[in-house]
Design a protein around this ligand. Sequence first.
Ligand SMILES: *Cc1c(COP(=O)(O)O)cnc(C)c1O
Length: 368
Amino acid sequence: MKPIPYFEFRDFPAGSETAVQAALVEAVAGKHYILGKQLLAFEEAYASYIGAAAAIGVGNGYDALVLALKGVGVGPGDEVVLPAHTFIATINAVLQVGATPVLVEPDEGTCNITAATTAKAITAKTKAILPVHLYGQVCEMEPLLQLAKKHHLKIVEDAAQAHGATYEGQKAGMFGHASAFSFYPTKNLGALGDAGAVVTNDAAVADFVRMYRNYGEVQKYQSELVGVNSRLDELQAAVLRVKLYYLDSLNAARQKLAAVYLQELQGLDDLMLPVTAPYCSHVYHIFSIRTKQRDALQQQLQEQGIRTAIHYPIPVHLQPAYKFLRYSVGDFPVTEEISKTSLSLPLFPGLQLEEQERVVKTIKHFFR
Ligand SMILES: *Cc1c(COP(=O)(O)O)cnc(C)c1O
């Protein structure tokens, strides 16, 4: 039997690969590879897609987080509240700007942080909340925005998994003072290499990020601040512009596949399916299910040639690298439970229904 990959790049929608290749050829022919018209065109198109005033292309999603945090003024001495259940880049970015990360639990259903879990961690030193729209679902933003307002806090969204996802009809990236996107190849909107963007409605933040990503230059060889080099190059921008054109259909394909899983996998023993909160849409960057028998299920799928993934097997607070934060086992029971029980199923644009049927059948057989 042919193996079913967890993720694979396929020509979906058919012909999109050729369109990407044509854009690359055109960008190469342009002979201007850094901070040129491809980047400007993508930045404008992405800002307009999100509905925001500005998008600034940067080197990757991690840099986007760092620059967004710096852009809203987070630095040494500040505390930033973020989820314990997230990809490592989120906490790394907080440490990179010299701030102190304060972890909080996600909601058991959505796996996203909420105003209730966040409120407990706010102190006099808190400067910002860093919600992560995990798996492709926007956090319930209204209560978080109110909480931020009440305590005069900044919000920086980690939207690296949520391109095009909405809350009350507005897209991820529109709620915070600044937002970070990753265009890592496997993300819902992916480049052919590393890329990222900061999105903001605040002109001062946009100006800062534009300068900071390019050695602090306001114009060639005139630096207003000590910046870094984190530019999004022309070739990636050209690719992203084409892929952006397809983003809604890529997300729709993911949602269609998710609907099949949600329909077919109901009521199987302790199996828990992804929960979408009211007013939120989900773009299923990751389709994560939960069961106490996770390891055995993963093994059985593997034996049938079906690859899966775990997001994330070791929670941030139990990673060897972050021992110095002095968290220990039991500090975040919900996060720890998710890390032990969750399993991400194959779900990507171009996954065939027959393949998905095999995944469903194998899971149903496992629980019988
Ligand atoms: C992918 C990802 C990032 C980092 O993006 P890179 O482009 O790989 O640096 C940050 N946060 C989350 C939640 C992610 O999934």
